[in-house]
Design a protein around this ligand. Sequence first.
Ligand code: SF4
Length: 323
Amino acid sequence: MRKHWEVIKKIGQENVAWVYLLGSKLEQGVFIECVDAYDPRYSARQKWVVILSSQKGCPVKCRFCDASFYFRGNLSSEEILEQLDIVLEPHKNGDDCLHSEKIKLHFARMGEPALNPAVLEVLREIPSIYPGINFIPTVATVAPSGTEKWFEELIDIKNTYYSGSRFQLQFSVNSTDEDFRDYLMPVKKWSAQKISQYGHNFFRPGDRKVTLNYALSEGTPFEAEEISGTFDPEIFLVKITPVNPTYQAARAGLQTDLKFDGSYSERLARELDKLQSHGYEVIISIGSLEEIKVGSNCGQLAFYEVKEMENNKYDQEPANKAI
Ligand code: SF4
């Protein structure tokens, strides 16, 4: 019997992704999501992906993200771990997923992990709760201001529990222009320069390189020189991803530069060539269309659930009914 969450919906497709919509048993109208996903390039035995929410919605309100439509606070460590238990449940008979060589555990669904201290608790607890499972935690963050202590603790946790390339840190940078970053991610956050300095403190030989993620829309400022003037290619790699077709991205008129068929603009090709000639590892990462079709973009299921609820509430309002 679970204390915090009930599964409201589970949608998806075998060997693609299962997205869980969870409703709080304790707080009315609170929904979060977690995901059980496969990477189409690999077998489950080679790679498996679990994605967890770290907050109830998200206060950052990125222009392209459907998780940003509401914010009801942080998740406790128990609430985060219960999501993990829900995703693991169908695999507990010991299938290939649990024995995968690489199990990515993303804190990247709903919420900004660096705003929630409970994410650090969970990272500390996981190795003792699941000693036999080879999780590689992946923290994706916009690096909000005021989170310096959180990030300092993260270094200790990575070195203590996940040394030897078993931790992935990703900064969602999304543009090389600071003003455009502010437009896309309208919260006070670290500058590119500050991210660079932190990367030097974070990285130790043998670690995975720190990822600079750019989900680029057409026309988003993206200059190789800005990156090469700021980030050390021995510490950082560059990852380009599509802007997913979310409700918010459509509303903001953001059209992805990197298409789902793998093509991208000549401008982007030129900048990526320059980055590679400066010694950067560049990854082009495209989620599968099947994954998009099952609605596995952050926040989409919760967004529609809450919208539906709001409409129901509206319909039930006597005053409104009278109009
Ligand atoms: S992309 Fe991440 S930080 Fe931005 S609104 Fe969505 S969940 Fe929050």
